[in-house]
Write a protein of this length. Structure first.
Length: 390
């Protein structure tokens, strides 16, 4: 019997297959170049520098940043967020964040609260994970709150948060605003020129379509005077000075970069335009609505979806009565070769808000650029079969 085709629906964790050209770019670099970034004056090293500069320019264009030097390369979204939080916050600083956040925000903040005396408050969210703006407003202390940290889109329900409104609240209070764009960059527009965003963190391996081990942090003009480097070492510049350079991006890029990963990310991001993001957003919306329509009437299936589908990225969470989410995911893989994510998704707070914490979380389906309607229909049929077999 022929093996079933693999149906991969876990793009919110990492995209696969990678965007066209990514694998080829990585392999070509490893086979034909192999030089580090900023560590040589020979042709291959200079070629790497040019390609990384091209990537900085492409990312800056994507987020509408005026200066590509403010795009810092990191090793993943968590690395970006740790640099932002550990680099900015000082003892006694007040931070407002939310129950919708990923552990990549909550755990660094918990460490900073325990070890550096940072004061952290979390605003609640509703039954689909949308943040309570009024509570954020009440928590912000003008002149005292140092930072407001918000995820742009939930990795559990896909709900898109009121970023513009909360960013403006932060600015009015004199606070910095950190946007976690892990689930949104590449499938949802964001402009650091239009919004008062101090820091924007994202991985390269999700909706951008690049390899694992790549990340980005945008640093707004002037913030580098307050954002300390959290890692020091070689940069290939000012080697006579034993202090970390102040110039961007070298201030935050100590040590060898993941050049193979960044070369692959460059191949992916080169294809992104505003039209590409809009098309991806519409594609994901169509797939989500197709899945919702197929599962809405299935006995025992509970969907956790925002009331306004236009405010949702390509993520769909559900539970099946009589099954632990891990059992559903294991069955989908073993029987149907459909791969999804089950559990708390490193975001227990939002599961508490939507009522799925006691159930062990949810089963999460998430789409990518190459997800087809046939894949979604197969998942709907398989989940329906599991649900009605109880």
């Amino acid at each position: 019997m022929a093996a079933r085709e693999r149906i991969y629906l876990d793009h919110a964790a990492t995209s696969w297959p990678k965007a066209p050209g990514v694998v080829e770019a990585v392999c070509a670099y490893l086979r034909d170049n192999g030089a580090p970034a900023g560590r040589g004056a020979y042709s291959e090293s200079l070629d790497v520098e040019r390609r990384l500069q091209r990537l900085r320019l492409d990312v800056a264009r994507l987020i509408e940043a005026p200066d590509s030097r403010r795009v810092i390369f990191t090793f993943n979204g968590t690395d970006s967020l740790n640099l932002a939080l550990h680099g900015l916050l000082r003892p006694g600083d007040h931070v407002v964040t939310t129950e919708a956040e990923h552990n990549s925000v909550l755990r660094p903040l918990a460490w900073l609260a325990a070890h550096r005396g940072v004061i952290v408050e979390r605003a609640a969210c509703d039954e689909v994970g949308r943040v309570d703006v009024d509570q954020v407003r009440r928590m912000i202390r003008p002149g005292h709150t140092r930072l407001v940290a918000l995820v742009q889109a939930s990795n559990v329900t896909g709900v898109v948060q009121p970023v513009a409104e909360i960013a403006q609240l932060a600015r009015a209070a004199g606070a910095d605003f950190l946007l976690d764009a892990a689930q949104s960059l590449g499938q949802w527009p964001v402009s650091v020129s239009e919004l008062p965003i101090s820091l924007l963190a994202a991985p390269g391996h999700k909706s951008l379509g690049g390899p694992l081990g790549t990340g980005l942090l945008y640093v707004a003009p002037g913030l580098e005077t307050r954002l300390e480097s959290t890692r020091q070492g070689g940069t290939g510049t000012r080697s006579e000075d034993d202090h970390q350079p102040d110039e961007l991006p070298e201030r935050y890029e100590a040590g060898n970069l993941n050049v193979p990963g960044l070369i692959g990310l460059g191949a992916a991001v080169a294809e992104f335009t505003a039209a590409t993001v809009a098309a991806t957003r519409q594609h994901h919306r169509d797939l989500t609505q197709r899945a919702i329509a197929g599962l809405a009437g299935v006995r025992g299936v509970r969907l956790f979806v925002p009331p306004a589908p236009q405010q949702q990225v390509g993520v769909l969470s559900l539970t099946v009565d009589g099954y632990d989410p891990q059992e559903v995911a294991a069955t989908l893989d073993a029987v149907f070769h459909i791969q999804v994510r089950a559990g708390l998704h490193c975001a227990a707070g939002i599961h508490r808000a939507i009522g799925s914490l006691a159930m062990g979380g949810t089963v999460r389906l998430s789409w990518g650029q190459q997800t087809t309607t046939e894949m979604v229909d197969a998942a709907v049929a398989a989940i329906s079969e599991v649900a009605t077999s109880v």
